[in-house]
Design a binder for this molecule. Structure first.
Ligand SMILES: Cc1cc2nc3c(=O)[nH]c(=O)nc-3n(C[C@H](O)[C@H](O)[C@H](O)COP(=O)(O)OP(=O)(O)OC[C@H]3O[C@@H](n4cnc5c(N)ncnc54)[C@H](O)[C@@H]3O)c2cc1C
Length: 467
């Protein structure tokens, strides 16, 4: 079975996981003529990108999922995607809703506080030590303490002074550009994708779309032609490392040889899978925020003041309620809508263990201040949960996180890719381009028969350079 890389008859590269990242990796390897095998523990492909449709005609994803027309075009799916015509977010402050970004800018108190903070920062050369400090310096204490930090804390489940300042780098910046793109979106009736992708630029020509059949259709497209190499219900239990190099795995109790391993499993799980080195041990401490998404199906439409309502006030259990049908009317039957209520928790805690009926009851209570007659409108509900909704950037392991970013896993021929594998807030377009880049380098290395493979090296700033 085994032969040397270079002949292209070497053992398949093993891909752990069949979500967007795993499928992208497998396609990229196939395109380069590299044998590949995908092991997916679940009964179906798509991972976090899977979509659901119930008998009543409601469709939903894990939270609200959009992709861009740019990604759809890259996958040859432009013709089967619908344009998202509008998208908007508001923040509830007191009893009022303030739109993002214009309404938030219109607070003189926040503006003065931000101006003073930025002026002070000019004379302070020290780097902020926490997310709390970084937010106060960037936006001023008034906005940070009343709006930004309560949202960050509800979303992460951690006090902002325990979070690394890098949390702030994950948020879109550039207010002038944001305003310009919002204006273009209004004129063209397209929801311009603002700050959505780091690997590719924001542009008036890039807007949100939604594939017919849901985001799962995207994975179905990625999986075309890979049917013979996908194994479902195949749990990867071990990744074998010998002399610092990944050489195979154990899947459902059987050992298989591999010329490299591309893992999309959550990074904190990877050290437990890897046998033969403890170089990944620090990643065990990384935490993900678990999340429940309660989809309330209701009579009526346009029940929220905009698509997304952020709730920084601490007396709300939820920090975000979304009415995706305002952007994507096709997600619910005519005259009906879905409000998605997101609640952050820890996998296994009291909230996580509540049964669906109790989560629905609590969500109806949470939504009442926004939609007073929500119970009269109620038609039914579906609760989704994931233990790995968001990576949490704790200060405690920031150095190890930076090492993962800069140096990868540290094991030769073991890549950790995708949203959870990279431990980063990546949306699907970033997952796609970043995975393509890294896996193509791996394929080139294998085809060249090289002995060593360094996971990371300096690269071009946008994905254009890779295509
Ligand atoms: C609330 C929320 C909203 C989002 N909204 C958007 C959006 O609007 N637009 C957008 O583009 N993106 C959005 N995203 C992000 C998007 O869902 C992810 O970027 C993408 O789905 C991640 O794909 P992945 O392949 O990296 O990971 P996953 O989808 O998690 O896939 C990993 C796969 O690996 C499998 N696996 C794990 N361990 C093993 C093992 N030991 N053996 C075998 N298989 C294993 C899992 O079962 C899973 O199928 C959102 C995410 C969340 C949480």
């Amino acid at each position: 079975m085994s032969s040397r890389p270079g002949s292209k008859s070497f053992p398949p590269v093993a891909v752990v996981g069949g979500g967007v990242a795993g499928l992208t990796a497998a396609r990229a390897l196939r395109e380069r003529g590299v044998p590949v095998r995908i092991y997916e523990v679940g009964p179906q492909l798509a991972g976090l990108a899977c979509s659901f449709r119930d008998d009543e005609g409601f469709s939903f994803d894990f939270g609200a999922h959009f992709v861009t027309n740019r990604l759809a075009a890259a996958l040859g799916m432009g013709a089967v995607c619908r344009t998202v015509q509008r998208y908007g977010e508001v923040v509830r402050v007191g009893d009022r809703f303030r739109s993002y970004p214009l309404g938030l800018l219109a607070s003189p108190r926040h503006d003065v506080s931000a101006a003073v903070a930025r002026a002070r920062a000019l004379f302070d050369a020290t780097a902020p030590q926490s997310a709390a400090e970084a937010f106060r310096r960037e936006y001023g204490p008034a906005f940070a303490d009343e709006i930004a930090l309560p949202l960050v804390e509800a979303w992460s489940g951690v006090a902002a002074d325990q979070l690394a300042p890098s949390v702030l780098q994950k948020l879109p910046t550039g207010i002038v550009r944001t305003l310009l793109m919002c204006a273009v979106g209004r004129l063209t009736h397209r929801a311009i994708a603002i700050g959505y992708c780091r690997e590719q630029p924001t542009s008036p020509h890039v807007w949100h779309v939604y594939p017919e059949g849901g985001t799962g259709a995207l994975c179905a497209r990625l999986a075309e032609g890979l049917e013979d190499v996908v194994e479902l219900q195949a749990r990867v239990e071990r990744i074998h490392v010998v002399d610092g190099r990944a050489v195979g795995l154990r899947v459902n109790g059987r050992d298989v040889e591999a010329s490299a391993v591309v893992s999309t499993a959550p990074i904190h799980v990877l050290p437990r899978l890897v046998e033969g080195t403890d170089i990944l041990a620090d990643f065990t401490a990384f935490q993900f925020r678990a999340m429940t998404f309660c989809n309330l199906h209701l009579r009526g439409r346009g029940l929220l003041p905009d698509v997304v309502v952020w709730l920084p006030e601490r007396d709300f259990r939820t920090f975000r309620v979304t009415e995706a049908t305002q952007s994507m009317p096709w997600l619910a039957p005519e005259g009906k809508t879905t409000l998605t209520v997101d609640v952050g928790c820890r996998a296994g805690d009291e909230w996580w263990r509540l049964d669906d009926a109790a989560i629905v009851e609590a969500s109806l209570d949470d939504v009442r201040p926004l939609v007073p007659d929500v119970r009269e409108r109620f038609l039914g509900a579906r609760v989704l949960r994931t233990p790995i909704a968001y990576p949490v950037f704790l200060r405690d392991y920031e150095a190890a996180r930076r090492r993962l970013v800069d140096k990868g896993t540290g094991v030769d021929r073991l890549l950790s890719v995708g949203r959870n594998g990279e431990f980063d807030h990546l949306l699907m377009e970033d997952v796609y381009y970043r995975t393509l880049h890294r896996v193509r380098r791996l394929a080139d290395e294998l085809c060249a028969g090289g002995r060593g493979f360094s996971d990371r090296e300096p690269r071009a700033s946008t994905a254009d350079a890779w295509l």
